[in-house]
Design a protein around this ligand. Structure first.
Ligand SMILES: C[S@@+](CC[C@H](N)C(=O)[O-])C[C@H]1O[C@@H](n2cnc3c(N)ncnc32)[C@H](O)[C@@H]1O
Length: 211
C-alpha cells in the first residue's frame, strides 16, 4: 500500500479510545467485554482503509470484529470511515501482528482474515510474510482450536510459498481456489486491493485452512 504520511495520525487515533483500542495488551483474555454483545470475535490483520472489515461487519452484526493495522497513517483512514458510519461490532488496533500473542489469549479469536498481505518477494524478507512459520505459531496461539484462517492474494509466488508453509505446518485445507472470482463467490467481500486486481483481470488465489 502506498503510504502517504498523515502528520497528526497519532493524535487523531488517540481521540477515539472507544473504537481505537490504545492499550490492547490490557484486554488480553477479556476482549469480549469491549463489545456491547457477547459474541465470537473475528480478526483481520492488515485492514488497510478498512473496506473489507466494515462491509463484513455490516453483513454480520451478530459477530464482533477486531481489525489491526501496522501503520498509523493507514489506520487513521479506516478510523475516519468508521466514525462517519459507526458500527458497534467493530474495534480497531494500531499494532503489528508480531504482538498478537501479547494482545489476545489462546482461543480468543474465532476466525482470522489475511487479505492481500504484502508478499515480501525477496528471500531475505521471508520472515516478514504473514504466512511465515513464525507468524503461523502466533495465530495458533490466539485462535480457538480448529478455527479457520481465510487467505486471499493476487500474487502467485506468495500463494505457492503459503501452500508450502501450510503443508509443512500440517494444516488442514478446507478450500483452495486458483481463481476465486471464476467460481461461486457470492459470500466473498471484496477488499480495496482485490477490486484493483480483479479490475485488471488478474486471478485471485484463495486458501481456507485451519490448524
Ligand atoms: C497490501 S495491503 C492490503 C490492505 C487490505 N487488506 C486490502 O486487501 O485492501 C497490506 C496491509 O497490511 C498491513 N500490514 C503489513 N504487515 C503487517 C503486520 N505485521 N501487522 C499489521 N499490519 C500489517 C500493511 O500496512 C497494509 O496496510
Amino acid at each position: 500500500m502506498r503510504l502517504r504520511k498523515v502528520r497528526d495520525a497519532g493524535e487523531r487515533l488517540a481521540q477515539h479510545p472507544d473504537v481505537m483500542i490504545s492499550d490492547p495488551e490490557t484486554h488480553r483474555g477479556r476482549w469480549r467485554d469491549l463489545f456491547a454483545q457477547d459474541a465470537p470475535i473475528q480478526l483481520e490483520i492488515g485492514i488497510g482503509k478498512g473496506r473489507f472489515l466494515f462491509e463484513t461487519a455490516k453483513r454480520h452484526p451478530e459477530i464482533n470484529f477486531v481489525g489491526i493495522e501496522k501503520y498509523d497513517s493507514v489506520i487513521v483512514r479506516a478510523l475516519e470511515k468508521l466514525l462517519s458510519e459507526p458500527l458497534s461490532n467493530v474495534r480497531l488496533v494500531h499494532m503489528d501482528a508480531e504482538d498478537l500473542p501479547n494482545v489476545f489469549a489462546f482461543g480468543e479469536i474465532d476466525l482470522l482474515y489475511l487479505n492481500f498481505s504484502d508478499p515480501w518477494p525477496k528471500t531475505h524478507h521471508a520472515k516478514r510474510r504473514l504466512t511465515s512459520p513464525l507468524f503461523l505459531t502466533r495465530y495458533e496461539a490466539v485462535l480457538r482450536p480448529h478455527a479457520g484462517i481465510l487467505y486471499k492474494t493476487d500474487d502467485f509466488a506468495f500463494f505457492a510459498y503459503t501452500m508450502r508453509t501450510l503443508v509443512d505446518a500440517g494444516c488442514t485445507f478446507d478450500r483452495i481456489s486458483l481463481d476465486l472470482h471464476a467460481e461461486r463467490h457470492e459470500d466473498n467481500v471484496e477488499t480495496e486491493f482485490e477490486s484493483r486486481f480483479v479490475g485488471r483481470g488478474q486471478p485471485i488465489y484463495h486458501i481456507a485452512f485451519h490448524f
